[in-house]
Design a protein around this ligand. Sequence first.
Ligand code: ADP
Length: 310
Amino acid sequence: KERKLSDLDLLPDETVKKLEEKGIVTVEDFIYADPKYLSEVTGMSERDVEDIQEELRNIDVEFETLEKLERKRRRITTGSSALDEILGGGVPCGELTEFAGPFGSGKSQIVFQLCVNVQLPEEEGGLESKAIFIDTEGTVSPGRIKGMAEALGLDPGEALRNVFVTQVRSVEEQMRAAEEAHKLCEREDIGLVVIDSLTAHFRAEYSKLGDVSERQARLMKHVDQLRNLAMDHDVAVVFTNQVHVDIEAATKGKGRRYEPVGGTIVAHQATHRIMLRRAKGEVRIARIIDSPYLPQREAAFRITEEGIRD
Ligand code: ADP
């Protein structure tokens, strides 16, 4: 990635040589060096040095096509090609993805599966990296994750060692865990950060009507932490969310509708929102309900003994 001064036609060879002798080898070295010093080394005027630095800075800005950007975005397969399809190829790194739905709709199963799939080689839809799991309700299941790993031919013990888990008992602990996750991302090759569930503690701790604005303020801060985590480390951040009955829709006679907890705060910051619901037997339906670039499509998938499948 580093471009050397000798690769460019901008400077005469002997000037490049003089610079290299002083340890100024790359374009970056040149751009950030003191013009006065560069002038002494090369014999050029300071003015000329500054012009060249300016020119090199301009070369440094590179445009690329959206198509290339799209291909560069790393994704983790969910295990269901139909679900991957509506997500644009899997759960994306660098962004926040929310799975919301009523009890038993498959939220936890999806995030367990992602913890396994992130470990797969890239040809199989993974990132060959590890996961962080912030567990707020004590739902994380080593047995289930082992089973899912085995079903994919991964070593189950290894699969468990590649998932870092912390159990948090309050909003305070949850926010600290998100901070710690930053540090862990620097030390380990992390591709996925899971929060299951995002809102349970917020809901429990700020349950009185008067607490709503404080709850929303802290929730916003927390989601902000998560977005930074996704962008700074290019990891997929995936959280689950509960739903409540949309009272407004019900009173307007629109029937029983569910709405993710956290209202507009989470809605505006979660990049992609997917609503899950039960269908017949092991079948579940996922629907994109909010996303800056994904169309609002539906996909059916199954929760089987092996894990998430078509
Ligand atoms: P949520 O987190 O949305 O409350 P879960 O992700 O825990 O829901 O999904 C629970 C559902 O997953 C159960 O209803 C069951 O149908 C299915 N499930 C869980 N474990 C297994 C398993 N080992 N084999 C098959 N299905 C399972």
